[in-house]
Design a protein around this ligand. Structure first.
Ligand SMILES: O=P(O)(O)OC[C@H]1O[C@H](O)[C@H](O)[C@@H](O)[C@@H]1O
Ligand SMILES: [Fe+2]
Length: 188
């Protein structure tokens, strides 16, 4: 039997995991995701980084675990706060755990039937993402929102239906307040 080596790694203040695989998502990678297309096109001239992911991933085998931090930057497209793309797991019954480290935000979760839930997150909040729920994180604050996620190595990412249909709810700023509202363009 060949055993893998254990690993202990310290997450840096800024959310970086030393030695992890880095993924950068800019606004241009999120085309079609935000409601306000005019605001999107305008902000696209600057094409800001929306989030970075630092992932330590294993082979896609049942029983093993991956982990990743996300640094989700503050910002809005129109009224809508910056968010991650959001996904179901390719193996849809795989669950996930998130742990908020810094900043303020929350998670939108949604069943395949379109039932959406909002879970606020602040440093110290643990979120359990049950099997079958799509999940997207949102930065509702004015500093980077940093969190850790731990997920089965064989979970995979299924972006398809979220990319096409989005979430049934939107997280927006209205009169200086964070509001979770129905998505007017949502179609089941
Ligand atoms: O893949 P997205 O929906 O864009 O979310 C960004 C990332 O968030 C977390 O770090 C998850 O652990 C990653 O699996 C995911 O890739
Ligand atoms: Fe996930």
């Amino acid at each position: 039997m060949e055993y893998k080596a254990p690993l202990g790694v310290k997450i840096e203040e800024n959310g970086v995991i030393p030695g992890a695989k880095k993924l950068v998502r800019r606004l241009s990678d999120l085309k079609g995701y935000f409601q306000d297309e005019e605001a999107y096109e305008k902000l696209l001239r600057e094409n800001p980084v929306v989030y970075e992911v630092y992932a330590v991933e294993q082979e896609e085998k049942d029983g093993d675990l991956n982990f990743a931090t996300t640094v989700l930057y503050p910002g809005k497209v129109g009224k809508e706060f910056f968010f991650t793309k959001g996904h179901f797991h390719s193996k849809a019954d795989r669950a996930e755990i998130y742990y908020a480290i810094k900043g303020r935000g929350g998670m939108l979760l949604q069943t395949p039937e379109g039932k959406a839930e909002w879970v606020p997150m602040e440093p110290g909040t643990v979120v359990y993402v049950p099997p079958y729920w799509a999940h997207r994180t949102v930065n509702t604050g004015d500093e980077p929102f940093i969190f850790l996620a731990i997920y089965p190595a064989d979970a995979g990412h299924d972006y398809g239906s979220i990319k096409e249909k989005g979430f049934a709810k939107l997280v927006v700023e209205e009169n200086g307040e964070v509001k979770v509202v129905d998505n007017p363009k949502w179609k089941e």
